[in-house]
Design a protein around this ligand. Sequence first.
Ligand code: NAD
Length: 480
Amino acid sequence: MDTGSPLTAPLTENGYGKEAGIFNAQKQNQLAVKLSTINERKAKLKRLKAAIQANEKAILDALKSDLRKSAFEAAVFEVYFIHAEIDFAIKNLSVWMTPQPVPSNLMNLFTSSYIHYEPKGVCLIIAPWNYPFQLLMAPLISAIAAGNCCILKPSELAPATSAAVAKLIREIFKENEIAVVEGDADVSTRLLALPFNHIFFTGSTRIGKIVMSEAAKHLASVTLELGGKSPVVVDVKADLKKAAAKIAWGKLANAGQTCIAPDYVFVHESQEDKFLELLKDSIEKLYYPGGQINKENYGKIVSDGHFNRLRKLVADAVSKGSEVKTGGLFEDGDRTIHPTVLTGLKADALIMQEEIFGPLLPVVTYKNIREVIDYINAHDKPLAMYIFSNSNRNVKNIIRHTSAGGTCVNDVMIHISNPNLSFGGVNTSGVGGSHGFHGFKVFSHERSVMHQSRWLDIGKIAYPPYTGKGWVLKLLKKLM
Ligand code: NAD
């Protein structure tokens, strides 16, 4: 064998060896895992749920340490979300695993056909830091349900959660089935050199492109859950008060560090002042009880790098004529950025060009909805798009004329909570979907199986010699 290959490289801490050793062990174990029954897979999911329940405090503490997530937000968005996803998979697994019969057509009239869901094999899950528990666990549930072995690579920017996940997984799974490999981009790079059967990556569009090109070397299939700018359209027929309250909540949960957070808002020019006033009221109600910011309920920015990046976005916008309407305060000591609303944005402001991923909200005005549609269509397809309107006609019009990974009408972000909906982006915001059956499917190969009838001798009709078989062609021509 070629000793330059990661699979045969020496076992060292920093070389390919450690990752390749786990990969090889999983490869050898994959057939046994693939053959696991419905009940065995359900038992694994139950074991995972029980371990999460037993470790709940450690997980919440880790999320507080990494992101200052409040116990409430961490429980709802990270832990209970996962319990719901596990329960849904357990409830539906026998249906998902049952081969799906498909009809036959004229050319194969006497055959029977079905789709058999078989596991992809050995899979890699790479996660980001913003929902560092949920974004590892949700794809893991789908991978287990589909019968795969799996290596998880948490984000190095959420080290406490990374350690908590590694401990939890080691308690309940053998490394040759589910393993956690902690570390940074170098570890990811070494993992990506291995011939995984499927790679499920959640993170930025920039790194998603690297992951896809590395996967191409082995023709591994990929699911890419990426980012981008998710616009909110506040239609003239919207309930402004409700829209402002929901947008403020969605933008500021986890201090704006949410892939489907509203990135910026379009509001009709005649309603801008009213909307800004309502937005300010909503922000104060949510985070400034008694006039002071309540940091118990408000997250911090994950790193100095991101804190400074966000500060630059505001400085750049202001230098180009934008006005800070609310907030604008940056507390370096604990990386707190007060909820900040900006108006009067120029198209060349950086904040209108890159994903914000922080508690800064540009509000942009429009005269005619056509301008909004044209603007959205001239930019990358968003991961999420939000429309506030009491006119179904206007909602339909906006949906029909634009494209986005997902859309929520008269609310933000909550479309992620329905496991019957595929969650994912489109082009730069992602490739493929996840959650529920959609997640099970991405970790499965849809194997097409056809059984020929035992009594039909097709050769008599369709094989050479063709002399005397003109009637077959005539019959087919008539029927088609
Ligand atoms: P990131 O792309 O920087 O990192 C994601 C993961 O990739 C991390 O585990 C990191 O260690 C690894 N990585 C970094 N450099 C790499 C390289 N060169 N090769 C291989 N792997 C590498 O993203 P992030 O900053 O952790 O997360 C924020 C981004 O994730 C935002 O763009 C956000 O929108 C997106 N996101 C998307 C979703 C979704 O479901 N679509 C969910 C959460 C976050």
